[in-house]
Write a protein that binds this ligand. Structure first.
Ligand code: UDP
Length: 316
């Protein structure tokens, strides 16, 4: 049986990862300081004897007894509104937290995986974005705290790989959506769904012509599992190459939720990337991975979950 430690285990992606590895028969240790994560996300898993939850800020260090086979560092505020609200914790978990967690993985001779992000490409001047693109980031803008923390985390991960010959994986994760996203995390998908379900206007920022490519969380879990099992020590894009404008995404959510909400245009936040679309040639070739869930299907499942969660019925 493998033992896996997941930082940010009570967050959106972290809790799906805990579930993914428990289903595979692993023992899972989730570490989270609950700054943006929620105990409700892992409540159901707590009944599993192979699951352990530790409330801990990883920037202060993580110590666990016994062996570990893999350490996945997913702790970080991840929505633009969250990292605008928590700029220093975002920088600290990406920098100090990554350092501590790399140290833990080294000590345990475990494979280390970093949850990196398409934000390392900033407001890209190349589209789609291949892993070889160095990005276009404003280091001192409101998004810089997240972008630069993740860029530093990538640099540190590669330094550990080169200096200590540690096996590392770097997942550059593009916009992902699904059940257990926080209703109030400020991102487009949860905003649009909660607005559509309550009949309030869907807030599209700018003129809605900026693009994103949305991956359903189950597809991402499959990609992460494959990346971990691979021998790729360099960054790999994990995302859906289907690119849509935010206006199209808002209209799709409204239609699927059978909502009569109108669309209200609001100011575009500073440094908001105009385009984002992954080049996933590397993942296709080396991981034999590509997303399989159509946007409409994934959104339907997510809307159904938000409906249930709104009624206070479901948390998982
Ligand atoms: N956005 C929007 N309405 C919202 C929330 C976000 O139009 O209520 C836009 C945002 O300006 C960005 C895109 O949707 O262009 C995706 O934003 P999100 O916060 O989901 O994540 P990002 O991809 O910017 O990190």
């Amino acid at each position: 049986m493998k033992r896996v430690l997941i930082t940010g285990g009570a967050g959106f992606l972290g809790s799906h990862l805990c579930e993914h590895f428990l289903k595979k028969g692993c023992a899972v240790i989730a570490v989270d300081n609950l700054l943006t994560g929620s105990p409700a996300n892992v409540e159901r898993l707590s009944r599993n004897p192979r699951f352990t939850f530790i409330r801990q800020d990883v920037t202060l260090g993580v110590h666990v007894p016994g062996p570990l086979d893999a350490v996945l560092h997913f702790a970080s505020p991840a929505s633009p509104e969250d990292y605008r609200r928590w700029p220093i914790p975002t920088l600290k978990v990406g920098a100090l937290g990554t350092h501590k967690v790399l140290g833990l993985a080294k000590d345990k001779k475990a494979v280390f995986m970093l949850a990196s992000t398409s934000e390392v490409y900033g407001d890209p001047q190349v589209s789609p974005q291949p892993e070889s693109y160095w990005g276009h980031v404003n280091p001192i803008g409101p998004r810089g705290v997240y972008d630069e923390a993740k860029r530093f985390a990538e640099a540190l991960t590669m330094a550990y790989h080169r200096s200590h010959r540690m096996p590392v994986r770097i997942a550059r994760i593009f916009n992902t959506y699904g059940p257990r996203m926080r209703r109030d995390d400020g991102r487009a998908v949860p905003n649009f769904i909660t607005q559509a379900l309550s009949g309030r206007p869907l807030t599209v920022y700018g003129d809605g012509s900026q693009t994103r490519s949305l991956t359903y969380v189950d597809d991402l879990m499959d990609g992460i599992g494959r990346l971990l099992a691979s021998s790729l020590n360099t960054p790999v894009n994990l995302g859906n190459p289907r690119e849509l404008t935010m206006r199209e995404i808002a209209e799709t959510v409204r239609r699927l939720a059978r909502s009569r909400s109108r669309i209200a245009f609001k100011p575009l936040p500073e440094d908001d990337p105009k385009v984002r679309r992954p080049d996933i040639s590397l993942a296709r070739k080396r991981l034999r991975w590509e997303p399989g869930v159509a946007l409409e299907d994934g959104l339907k499942r997510t809307i159904a979950w938000f409906r249930r969660a709104r009624g206070g019925v479901a948390v998982s």
